[in-house]
Write a protein that binds this ligand. Structure first.
Ligand code: PAF
Length: 283
């Protein structure tokens, strides 16, 4: 595995691989790698010749009061995991390499970046779209892989790639879960024992929604109310939002007459967690 810090070095290396007609698969991450990331790397290994992983805790996607400084980091552990997953190139740029002095350019995806998580995290998706666009320009992947846990992020990135004619296939792969259903996330490491136990209510509420829709319920408001009951039973958990939305436009769906994403964000103490499921109503 090549561990590369400089943009120029990674670009040159990838140029050589492309000249050899190798296909490049890319998994951008912020590190503190877990089974969710590893599942993306293993999949990338299956479908592309060369796997590139980036680790960069991107400051522009964190708000001023968010957890940029506290975000968990474990570069040595991450290197070992990448090696084990068969990663070919690990790109670990510094902040000044990515955002040198005088940096002024940002990518802004409208509308779909302003709802759901975008409504509570102003500027978050601008930071995400910007770093992903920059990484795509540096790595020039044929395919890039993201987790469905960050569903809105995947939708925003797909929109950006299509709108800006970026020549990359983007795939969102299934959320990896703990045995009790909690979506695996680097931020789960912030939770105390009691908070971790309470966090199981997120997936319980999503499963309940899925079950109700399966039984023919089409009224989003009723489903959201039932989900609220489950989550509010946990005193440690505060709902940020629950949304039932069109899977592409992310517009609210009041009557479930098509495939929808049911997405939520909650606060558990100082930790913000998100999760979602995609549900297809029975005809
Ligand atoms: O999902 C993440 O870890 C980040 O948002 C990403 C896509 C690596 C951009 O910083």
């Amino acid at each position: 595995m090549q561990v590369i810090e400089k943009i120029k070095d990674v670009s040159n290396f990838i140029k050589e691989l492309k000249a050899q007609k190798k296909t490049v698969g890319f998994v951008p991450t912020m590190g503190f790698l877990h089974e969710g990331h590893l599942s993306l790397m293993r999949y990338a290994k299956k479908v592309t010749d060369v796997v590139v992983v980036s680790i960069f805790v991107n400051p522009t996607q964190f708000g001023p009061k968010e957890d940029f400084n506290a975000y968990p980091r474990d570069m040595e552990g991450d290197k070992g995991k990448c090696l084990e997953a068969g990663v070919d190139i690990l790109f670990i740029p510094s902040a000044s390499e990515i955002y040198p002095e005088g940096y002024l350019t940002y990518v802004n995806v409208e509308k779909i970046a302003d709802v759901m998580c975008g409504a509570s995290r102003a500027g978050h998706f601008k930071g995400v779209a910007t770093i992903v666009a920059k990484l795509f320009n540096i790595v020039k992947p044929d395919k890039a892989f993201f987790g469905q846990k960050d569903y809105q992020q995947a939708v925003v990135i797909k929109r950006m790639a299509a709108d800006l004619n970026m020549d990359v296939d983007i795939e969102a792969l299934p959320t990896v879960r703990e045995p009790d259903g909690l979506a695996i996330s680097s931020r789960n490491s912030y939770l105390s024992g009691a908070e971790r136990a309470a966090a199981a209510c997120l997936y319980m509420s999503l499963k309940l929604a899925e079950d109700r829709i399966g039984k023919g319920e089409k009224n989003s408001a009723k489903i959201i109310e039932a989900m609220q009951h489950i989550i509010q039973a946990e005193k440690l958990v505060k709902i940020d939002y629950i949304a039932i939305a069109d899977t592409e436009t992310l517009e609210e769906v009041k009557t479930i007459d098509r495939k929808v994403v049911i997405a939520l964000a909650v606060w558990i103490g100082k930790t913000r967690l998100i999760d979602n499921v995609i549900v297809n109503p029975s005809p």
